[in-house]
Ligand binder design. Structure first.
Ligand code: FRU
Length: 506
């Protein structure tokens, strides 16, 4: 083992996230199997229990009642003779279509990719297949289906990450699955026998890297009598600011095929560190009643892995590697002529955010103002403004600086972590600034909300229309914040609020 168990108490180590989920120890990547069942949100995740770098994949497991506090559970799925357990999803088999459970105690069924390392080593291309497993005790113990794999491989090298949902149109299970450069949709009545429905995407969207971790779901367009389907596709590499990133498509699904008129590339997050994110499965309450519906509000909740394959294995932590983004609620808005996928922290997070300072701030032209930002270790900064010319500089007394610049002329938001502390563990982390174009922001007042944890920053502009997530490793926690006026006249930041975010790890 590479890990020194003696040094610090868990969750008090340098850079340990205090309000983001991270495994107690060892390596984690993608969120998996996100499903709500019997009052509990399950979070499974790609996990290697032997080291702090990627290795033979298991599914780690944690649960939460509110998406804020998490409880660690034993490892759910271990590799077997069919291979390692790669990413996938989980469903409540409420109608017992699989026969694994009963109507009174429906099975939780996990659908995942098997990766056969031996096959890959032997130079074959058919080493990824899809398998299933079930649990009758709300995720505590799992049994693999003895006829695995349920979908074999016809020689497609990258064939993975099944996300299954219940389709109201055909009353059948639908699986989205990626195959190298495109999406495949498959259908099943029992989660065991699958038939291919259609393909999408060879010519659509960004193709800088392999397609990974698809998710297809329906959302209401806010304030309109309209519903649209959203397809999330992670790609690695090929993200707008380098390495791994998650694009989305807005379109329609007729029960067999996904189609879109979208011509522009769209990204759920413009920062470098939000990858492989997918959503909790939601069963429509009006159809299935309270027992199986997700929550009273039928929210669509997203969690991403807060890292980037470009340097994920080298980040400067010792006992564990990486964390998840805060859970975010997804909504769909039509802004101007564009459909925009909005992602914004779930409201439960407010329960651990405590306001320490709130004033309206005016900054004259050509000047800089310091605000009473302290060393809270984990903080939120929030304000509303119409001003698009300002720079926020987070600092500490060892000269680390993290710069956030809103540029009104270019309509961009730029995150610069080049002088933010430990950066030299990988050249892709150290080099370049991260730029987010905001050409559909409009002229009205908008909110800027920043969540800062021990080794990350998440920026939400206009309540999640434009989002940037990035890891940051300052040598000491930032304890000063300067705001620079880059506009032509006085700028006004309304209800400028600084809050302390409580730790979720006691
Ligand atoms: C995405 C990914 C998935 C795969 C998993 C392996 O980060 O590459 O496509 O299933 O990680 O750990």
């Amino acid at each position: 083992l590479m890990v020194d168990e003696s040094e610090n108490k868990y969750y008090q180590e340098p850079y340990r996230p205090q309000f983001h989920f991270s495994p107690k120890k060892m390596w984690m990547n993608d969120p998996n199997g996100m499903v709500y069942h019997k009052g509990v949100y399950h979070l499974f995740y790609q996990y290697y229990p032997e080291d702090i770098v990627w290795g033979p994949m298991h599914w780690g497991h944690a649960t939460s009642k509110d998406l804020v506090q998490w409880e660690h559970k034993p490892i759910a799925l271990y590799p077997d003779e069919n291979g390692l357990i790669f990413s996938g999803s989980a469903v409540v088999d409420f109608a017992n279509t699989s026969g694994f459970g009963t109507l009174d105690n429906p099975a939780l069924v996990a659908i995942f990719t098997y990766h056969l390392m031996e096959g890959e080593k032997a130079g074959r291309t058919d080493f990824q297949t899809q398998g299933i497993a079930y649990s009758l005790d709300n995720g505590d113990t799992w049994t693999k289906f003895e006829e695995n794999p349920v979908i074999g491989n016809n020689g497609i090298k990258d064939f993975r990450d099944p996300k299954v949902f219940w389709d109201d149109i055909n009353h059948a299970w639908v699986m989205s699955l990626v195959a190298g450069d495109h999406l495949q949709l498959w259908s099943s009545n029992d989660l065991k026998k699958w038939t291919k429905l259609s393909e999408f995407g060879k010519k659509q969207g960004a193709h800088g890297g392999v397609w990974e971790c698809p998710d297809l779901f329906k959302l209401k367009v806010e304030g309109a009598d309209e519903e649209k389907w959203v397809l999330l596709i992670s790609i690695n590499p090929g993200a707008p600011n380098g390495g791994s990133g998650t694009q989305y498509f807005i379109g329609d699904f007729d029960g067999a095929k996904f189609t879109t008129k979208q011509t522009r590339e769209k990204w759920i997050d413009w920062g470098t560190d939000n990858y492989a994110g997918v959503t909790y499965n939601v069963l429509p309450k009006d159809f299935y009643g309270d027992t199986y519906s997700n929550d009273p509000e039928q929210d669509r909740i997203f969690i991403g892995w807060m890292s980037n394959w470009a340097y994920a294995r080298e980040t400067p932590t010792k006992k564990w590697r990486s964390a998840m983004t805060v859970p975010r609620k997804l909504t769909l808005k039509k802004i101007g002529t564009e459909y925009e996928l909005i992602n914004y922290p779930v409201s439960n997070l407010n329960n651990i955010i405590h306001s320490e300072y709130k004033e309206t701030i005016q900054i004259p032209a050509d000047s800089i103002q310091s605000v009473p930002f302290k060393n809270y270790n984990q903080s939120q900064v929030k304000f509303r403004t119409t001003t698009k010319g300002f720079e926020l500089v987070f600092k500490n007394d060892v000269d680390d600086e993290l710069l956030l610049t809103m540029n009104s002329e270019k309509e961009t938001f730029v995150l610069d972590r080049r002088t933010s502390g430990k950066i030299d563990f990988h050249e892709d982390f150290a080099s370049g600034v991260q730029t987010m174009p905001m050409n559909n922001l409009g002229q009205a007042e908008f909110e800027v909300r920043i969540l800062m944890d021990a080794s990350s920053i998440e920026v939400f502009i206009n309540e999640g229309q434009y989002v940037m997530t990035a890891q940051v490793f300052p040598n000491k926690a930032f304890n000063m914040l300067d705001i620079e006026n880059n506009a032509s006249g006085t700028i006004i930041l309304n209800d400028f609020e600084i809050s302390k975010v409580a730790s979720i790890w006691q």
